[in-house]
Write a protein of this length. Structure first.
Length: 106
């Protein structure tokens, strides 16, 4: 991302975004910002799992994010949570291996 935060996608995302949905309480549900869905998944740590842990990347500026989901199954319905956290170049490099911070999105 540019130093002034001008990326069209990343400028719409906080350093940490959180959303939650609870069956039967839809009026209290929250969602991740629309901009989050423009990010591209580049690594899936738990393929096929309902509790996701993935690294997403901005296709415009190359910024990285950690996306995680969790849920709790309850008799009267489930509770679902999503977290999206902006990663520093060092954090992304640790998760993806060497060279991640040098990756160019296009």
């Amino acid at each position: 991302m540019s130093a002034d935060g001008a990326c069209e996608i990343c400028s719409q995302l906080a350093d940490r975004e959180y959303a939650r949905q609870k069956f039967g309480w839809e009026e209290h549900d929250t969602c991740l910002p629309e901009a989050a869905w423009r990010l591209v998944m580049v690594k899936d740590f738990k393929p096929g799992s309902e509790r996701m842990k993935q690294v997403w990347q901005c296709p415009l500026c190359g910024g990285y994010y950690l996306y995680e989901t969790d849920y709790e199954y309850l008799v009267n319905g489930s509770e679902d949570e999503q977290t999206l956290m902006r990663l520093s170049a060092e954090e992304a490099s640790q998760l993806l291996g060497d060279g991640a911070s040098d990756a160019n999105p296009g």
